[in-house]
Design a protein around this ligand. Structure first.
Ligand code: ATP
Ligand code: MG
Length: 312
């Protein structure tokens, strides 16, 4: 089995979102969708669209929503040879409402859906062992036992020469902060690159600020990339502390920017770009991601990224 260069695994969802602002999810209203989604599927699709060989391990149901996801993977060239289409589960769904103050509300059906059936048996040693980069996220460690153990097995099986990136992508809701830290600890220990959003570095390290948390991880030898929305990113590595300003675009839908950003940073790093150039490339991928409605719709091609970088 030939392994793609970049692998990820986790929750495959379609997203169905409110059309209008300020429409709560507890009453009738109009929705638009389905859009292919899930944090790691968005990441891997971004990697593939940038032209890098990519594979994904996860599950969908044998239904229209599942076909929506698989068709996107097929179009963009994401290998799904270790993924599964389950006859007795339906594809996972996320409902999203947007509010005028910029907040979002998510309602997920995934633990008991096909996505939640991902388990260590999906994780083939030869497939994972051949990858040069593995991307894992905290939300796939926090929600259900099968996906969690699948991620831990991938972390065990990945080659010591491969790089591992970790995006916390987690807010303690049901779990306590201590539980979240314990579940994420094995991924953080193995990670070469950690890509937190605002608040996550402080939460996971217990530091007083994100900056302090990022410095703690950098002192442990990690490359830390703090995502800062429209402001771009800040990169910590050893003594280096580098602010890379964001690129100005018109934001249509912020969901998925962080995942696309991580895909951009992965591809740039694999291609040997230095930290500043990788940060700029990833900022451009994240910026383009927010210009389209739908979490995966804005994942850009390389030509689109290069055009935005030229424009500056
Ligand atoms: P999510 O979890 O919702 O996908 P996130 O919180 O992980 O997002 P953000 O910091 O919102 O991540 O966005 C990731 C990156 O995308 C930013 O670091 C930046 O480079 C880019 N980005 C996001 N929003 C904008 C914007 N409005 N304008 C320009 N660039 C943006
Ligand atoms: Mg995020």
């Amino acid at each position: 089995m030939t392994t793609p260069t970049v692998l990820s695994l986790g929750n495959m969802l379609v997203e169905v979102m409110r059309v209008e602002l300020d429409q709560p999810l507890d009453r009738p209203g109009t929705f638009v969708g389905p859009f292919p989604s899930g944090d790691t599927p968005i990441y891997i699709d971004a990697v593939a669209r940038l032209g890098c060989s990519a594979g994904f391990v996860g599950a969908v149901g044998d239904d229209d929503f599942g076909r929506c996801l698989l068709e996107r993977f097929r179009r963009d060239g994401v290998d799904f040879s270790c993924g599964r289409v389950l006859a007795d589960h339906t594809t996972g769904v996320a409902f999203v409402a947007y509010f005028r103050d910029g907040s979002r509300r998510f309602l997920y059906h995934w633990r008991h859906a096909a996505a939640g059936q991902l388990s260590p048996e999906y994780v083939d040693p030869a497939y994972v062992g051949g990858a040069r980069w593995l991307h894992v996220t905290g939300c796939n460690l926090a929600v259900a036992e099968g996906p969690r153990q699948a991620c831990y097995r991938a972390l065990d099986l990945v080659s010591p020469k491969a790089r591992v990136s970790f995006d916390p992508n987690i807010r303690p809701e049901v779990l306590t902060v201590e539980q979240v830290r314990a579940l994420c600890a094995p991924a953080i220990a193995r990670a070469d690159v950690i890509l937190p959003s605002l608040g996550e570095a402080a939460m996971l390290t217990g530091a007083a600020s994100d900056e302090e948390g990022c410095r703690q991880w950098a002192a442990q030898g990690k490359t830390v990339v703090l995502k800062q929305g429209p402001r771009g990113c800040r990169i910590f590595q050893g003594e280096v502390d580098l602010c890379v300003p964001g690129l100005a675009v018109e934001e249509v839908d912020p969901t998925g920017a962080g995942d696309c950003f991580c895909g951009g940073f992965t591809v740039a790093t694999l291609e040997g770009l230095d930290l500043a150039a990788a940060g700029r490339f990833a900022n451009a991928v994240g910026a383009l991601a927010v210009t389209q409605k739908g979490p995966m719709e804005g994942a850009p091609t390389r030509a689109e990224v290069e055009a935005l970088l030229r424009r500056g």
